[in-house]
Structures are given as structure tokens and as C-alpha cells.
Design a protein around this ligand. Sequence first.
Ligand code: MG
Ligand code: MG
Length: 259
Amino acid sequence: MIIYKTADEIEIMREAAQIVSRTLGVLAAEIQPGITPLKLDAIAEEYIRSQNAVPGFLGLYDFPNTLCMSVNEAVVHGIPTDKPLEDGDIISVDCGSIFEGFYGDHAYTFEVGEVTPEIKKLLQVTKECLDLGIAEVVIGNRIGDIGFAIQQHAEKHGYGVVRDLVGHGLGRVMHEDPQVPNYGRRGRGKKIQNGLTIAIEPMINMGTERIDQLDDHWTIVTGDRLPSAHFEHDVAVVDGKPDVLSTFKYVEEALSKKK
Ligand code: MG
Ligand code: MG
């Protein structure tokens, strides 16, 4: 059952999302060769708690950390390790918060040092997939239109669209209805209505769409171990249009200062 949110609830969710946005901005300044995911995890937890919020993933389904950190061929749900990041890596940082009872949940895939042009293109196309998916969140459309737009764009570039993991409704619960697949058919699925709040999160693989789960029972990796990218925004439907509650503004500001 989809739980539609009031205007007041959407404002609380905006702050929950923005806390995650600012956290990702703090991390953007720190990500470089040599730093460990565990160190970044500690920085994120401290920042989230300083914002009158709590980490949204810590303890959720028994997840052990604040951040899901997925390096290179890891798609999502990676557990932070003490293995230092290396020049040329990419790392998907997925972060959750709970603020006044509502979840924020969004993600960015960062370059570590200098990455190859092929990887830069994967990141760029995945970010475009997210924007194209968001543009479909209008009254008159259905959930399938979001996935259709994402899938078309990714497959045009020869990439694999992960099928087994999907975006989702978001609210007082981390994973609410409806599921928001990154593939789909036009005009299929639930109607988009005002008050809908969803996390849209394309997971796009350079090669096969197939995935495996590692023995840690968390980390999802690509079937061919080629790299994978993941970007996620929280979106509400307001006045028939998408209102993006999260922002990459803080990440982009931090990255431009590093150049
Ligand atoms: Mg997420
Ligand atoms: Mg999510």
C-alpha cells in the first residue's frame, strides 16, 4: 500500500534528505587515494548525529555501519572496510538518515583520484539516467515510465541495468511501496499522484546486468566483475511535478574546490 505524504511530512523528508546531501558533501572533500571506507563511515556517522538525526542504515536489517560503500565492481550494499581506496577506483556511497521519524536515502558514486574515460562515461550516463527517471515523475505517468526512461538510456550505451534491486517508496519506513524498478514499460505500474515519495536509484553496470552476492551476505557485485555506478535521489510529487528533496549541490561544491 502506498502511503501518500502531506505537505508538512514532505518538508520533514526534505530535511532528512538534505542531511544526507550535506553528509555526502562532507565525504566528497575527504575521498582520495589512501583513505579507508571505515574512516569515511565514522565521519558520516558523526556528521549525521550532529544534525539532530541518526544514521538510517545502521542496524537496519542488521546492517553494521552508517554507509553502504561499494567499490568498483560492487554495485550496492558494500560494507565499509579498512582497505585504503586506490587511485582509479570508484566508490558508491549510499547514505541514510532518520530525522523526526522520516528517512532520507541517497547516493553518489565518487571518482578516487584519476579514473579512466570509460569509467567517467559510466558515471555520467548513470547520472543522466537518474535525471531522465526523475523527469518522468509527473501526473499522467505511471511508475513504469520511470524505469523505461532509465533503461532506454543505459542500454543505448550498451550498459546493463540491474534487475534484482530497485528503487522504492520512502517515508517513515525505509522501503515502502511502490517498488521503482530501473527498467520497465511505458504506461505500466501504479499511477503517479501528488504526495508520492520515492527513492529513484539507477544501478548501471558497465557490462552484464547480472549480479552476485558475496559471502559477507551483503555486498552485491557485478556478474562479470566490471564496474558499476549508482546514483540516488529522493523525490516527492508536488503539484503534479517532481520535487527533488535531496541535492548533489554540496558534493559538487566540494569536488570543484578539490580541482
Ligand atoms: Mg540508498
Ligand atoms: Mg534507496
